[in-house]
Write a protein that binds this ligand. Structure first.
Ligand SMILES: NC(=O)c1ccc[n+]([C@@H]2O[C@H](COP(=O)([O-])OP(=O)(O)OC[C@H]3O[C@@H](n4cnc5c(N)ncnc54)[C@H](OP(=O)(O)O)[C@@H]3O)[C@@H](O)[C@H]2O)c1
Length: 338
């Protein structure tokens, strides 16, 4: 049963439920131990509710996330499994100490990454395949060209991009149809509104928006006294530090007043705002528990009228956040920020 509205990912991409499930936090990124059974139950609950797009990366837990999704898909009812769409990022180079050592977008590497991902997912194809960060040493034409060859061979269905800037998007789209650009977009991360959003719209490319809750910061659940383990992204993220955090949580309190007036939660307002930005945008929510998923899905029932949108804009004007969205070293890898 599919009770969720659907959206198309660009002119060439698949139709998908209007919200996707980002599975990263089930394996990596947010520090604490994650309950494997609850992760799988969350994926099943999402599929059961009509969610179709499952987003992952081969480097999320060094393959752990793909194995988890593979296990969940095998245990899902056949209909849900057939409707599910996998969106996989590749190219990030890791080391055994959880470090990052760059990106590899060479054609032979693309095909090597894909071979491992297919094995871990246990599927015969990947629906959308994208390099996590543009490799500055390999022309994007070569990287997406390799994905186009994987499509020809039946291993992949669509090309995607991640955190690419306008110039790179144009070059990629000149080589092969691109279904979607995956990029951070939220009330407090609005950089794509400058140039990138108009570029993808001109080219008929959809957007899968991540970080719509800014990694939980604007979910309404994050508190100043929350202890973060050293492996938690947020322990290094500028927006979660000291005075920046205090300022940003102040924005959340302004948002909370609007949410309370509408009888919804802060997270639902934040997700509904991204949904309101255009039919070509599919937010990915990073729920890793069923209760969080239920809350996120509730955003689909929130209608924001012009007065609501104006009140939200006053509460959290563009550029209101304190601190960059990534630590400096990681900002440097973002083609979208050049
Ligand atoms: N292309 C890229 O560069 C890129 C980068 C990052 C992520 N992604 C993808 O985008 C997905 C989503 O990103 P994200 O997980 O960083 O961002 P997010 O959805 O903004 O944040 C997820 C965090 O928000 C918290 N949260 C609180 N209430 C929630 C609710 N109702 N629903 C969902 N989460 C809630 C979760 O908290 P608790 O679990 O602590 O309760 C979790 O820590 C990832 O899973 C990944 O697939 C892509």
């Amino acid at each position: 049963m599919n009770a969720i509205p659907t959206r198309s990912l660009g002119a060439s991409g698949p139709r998908t439920a209007a919200l996707g499930l980002g599975c990263m936090g089930m394996s990596a990124g947010y520090g604490e131990e994650v309950d494997r059974a609850e992760s799988i139950a969350t994926i099943h609950a999402a599929l059961d509710a009509g969610v179709t797009l499952l987003d992952t990366g081969d480097f999320y837990g060094m393959g752990h996330n793909e194995l988890l999704i593979g296990e969940a898909l095998r245990a899902a009812p056949a209909g849900a499994r057939e409707r599910a769409l996998t969106s996989v990022k590749f190219g990030a180079l890791r080391d055994p100490d959880n470090g990052w050592s760059g990106y590899d977008g060479r054609p032979a590497a693309v095909k090597n990454f894909a071979a491992y991902s297919l094995q871990r997912l246990g599927t015969d194809h990947i629906d959308i395949y994208r390099i996590a960060r543009v490799d500055p040493d390999v022309p994007i034409e070569e990287t997406v060209g390799a994905i186009a060859e994987l499509i020809q061979a039946g291993h992949v269905r669509h090309v995607g991009l991640s955190e690419a800037g306008a110039g790179t998007i144009r070059r990629a789209a000149a080589v092969t149809p691109v279904a979607d650009l995956q990029i951070e977009y939220s009330l407090i991360s609005r950089g794509i509104e400058d140039e990138i959003l108009s570029t993808v719209r001109e080219l008929g490319i959809g957007v899968t928006a991540y970080g719509v809750l800014s990694r939980g910061l604007i979910s309404g659940h994050f508190t100043r006294d929350r202890e973060l383990s050293p492996t938690d992204f947020r322990a290094m993220s500028p927006r979660f530090q000291g005075e920046n955090l205090q300022h940003n949580l102040g924005l959340v309190e302004s948002l909370r007043k609007i949410a309370e007036q509408k009888g919804v939660s802060v997270a639902q307002i934040a997700i509904a705002w991204v949904l309101s930005r255009g039919e070509d945008i599919v937010p990915l929510v990073g729920a890793r528990r069923r209760d969080r998923l239920t809350e996120a899905l509730g955003a689909l029932d929130v209608t924001l009228d012009a007065d609501d949108l104006a009140a939200i804009e006053r509460a959290v004007p563009s550029g209101a956040a304190a601190g960059d969205r990534y630590p400096a070293g990681q900002m440097a890898h973002l083609d979208s920020e050049r």
